[in-house]
Ligand binder design. Structure first.
Ligand SMILES: *[C@@H]1O[C@H](CO)[C@@H](O)[C@H](O)[C@H]1NC(C)=O
Length: 265
C-alpha cells in the first residue's frame, strides 16, 4: 500500500490545515486574502500596503496639497505605473467615458459639443521622465521637467488616445486645456500630433502675467466658462488631477484618471 497520499492527508485529518476546496466559500477566500492584503494585523507586515492606502487617499481627493510621494513608496509606484495596473485603471475610466459618449445624442448640437482633455498624464504620459526621477519621491524640479517637455517626445496614454479617436468619430470635438505655459505651445502641439492626436478644436495653455495668481483649478474653471460663453456645450471632461475636473462649469460628466505621482491644486 502506498502511504504517500495518507501522509499528505494526515495534517488535514488532524485539523492542522484547512482542507482544500475547489469551490471555496467567500469567507474562506477572505481568510486566505488576509495576509496578502495586510488585514491579518501587525503579525503579518506586507510591503506596499501603506503606499496603497496613501494612493487611495490621493485618488479620492482626501489627501491634498502634498509635495512628494512618501519616501519608501518609489518601488511601489514604479511597479504600479510601469506594470499592468496603471493601464488597467486607466482603461476602466476611459471605457466608462466612451460608453457614456456613445449614449449621447450628438447629431443635434450644431458641432458645438466638446470634450475637454487635460494634457500631462491624461493625453500625454511623462512616465519616461518620472521613471528617471523617482516616481514622485524626488521633489519636483521645474527646470528639469521643462527640459523634458522641450524634447516633445512624450508618448500618448494609449487609453486616452483610444477615447479621443472614438469621440471624434462620434462628432464630439476635443479641446485640450493644460497648465503648460503659452511658451510651450509649439512643442506641445507637435508632441500631441506625434502622439496621434491629429486635430483639435482648441489648445488652451496658461498665459502669463495677470493670471499668475490663479491656481490650476481657478484657471481651468475660468477657461471652461469662456468655452460655454462661446456657445460650446462641454459634454465631458477628463483629467488626472482633481483640479482638472472640479470648479464650475465642470462639464456634464467628469472622468478622473489615476495619478499618484504629483498633486496640482
Ligand atoms: C533642478 O535640477 C538642476 C539640475 O540638476 C539643479 O541644478 C537645480 O538646483 C535643481 N533645482 C531645484 C529647485 O532643486
Amino acid at each position: 500500500m502506498n502511504l504517500l497520499p495518507l501522509l499528505f492527508l494526515l495534517p488535514a485529518l488532524l485539523g492542522l490545515v484547512p482542507p482544500m476546496q475547489v469551490s471555496a466559500a467567500p469567507a474562506r477566500q477572505i481568510h486566505l486574502l488576509r495576509p496578502v492584503m495586510g488585514s491579518a494585523g501587525a503579525a503579518v507586515k506586507v510591503k506596499g500596503v501603506s503606499c496603497s492606502s496613501w494612493q487611495f487617499g490621493v485618488e479620492t481627493n482626501s489627501l491634498r496639497g502634498w509635495n512628494t510621494v512618501p519616501a519608501g513608496c518609489e518601488s511601489y509606484f514604479g511597479h504600479y505605473m510601469m506594470g499592468r495596473r496603471y493601464r488597467e485603471d486607466s482603461r476602466a475610466v476611459a471605457a466608462a467615458a466612451a460608453e457614456y459618449a456613445r449614449g449621447l445624442q450628438i447629431s443635434s448640437g450644431g458641432g458645438k459639443q466638446i470634450w475637454v482633455f487635460d494634457v500631462d498624464e491624461t493625453s500625454l504620459s511623462n512616465l519616461p521622465y518620472y521613471s528617471r526621477h523617482g516616481f514622485g519621491v524626488e521633489p519636483f524640479n521645474a527646470t528639469l521637467f521643462d527640459t523634458w517637455v522641450a524634447t516633445g517626445t512624450a508618448p500618448p496614454l494609449p487609453e486616452s488616445l483610444k477615447l479621443y479617436k472614438e469621440l471624434l468619430s462620434l462628432g464630439i470635438k476635443v479641446v485640450f486645456l493644460t497648465g503648460r505655459a503659452e511658451e510651450q505651445r509649439q512643442i506641445t502641439a507637435s508632441n500631441l500630433k506625434k502622439a496621434g492626436y491629429y486635430s483639435w478644436e482648441k489648445l488652451i495653455l496658461r498665459g502669463n502675467g495677470a493670471l499668475a495668481h490663479e491656481n490650476a483649478l481657478q484657471f481651468k474653471s475660468s477657461e471652461r466658462l469662456k468655452l460655454t460663453e462661446q456657445g460650446y456645450r462641454i459634454v465631458g471632461n477628463i483629467g488626472d488631477q482633481w483640479s482638472d475636473i472640479l470648479g464650475s462649469p465642470e462639464g456634464e460628466r467628469t472622468f478622473k484618471l489615476p495619478d499618484p505621482l504629483y498633486y496640482i491644486s
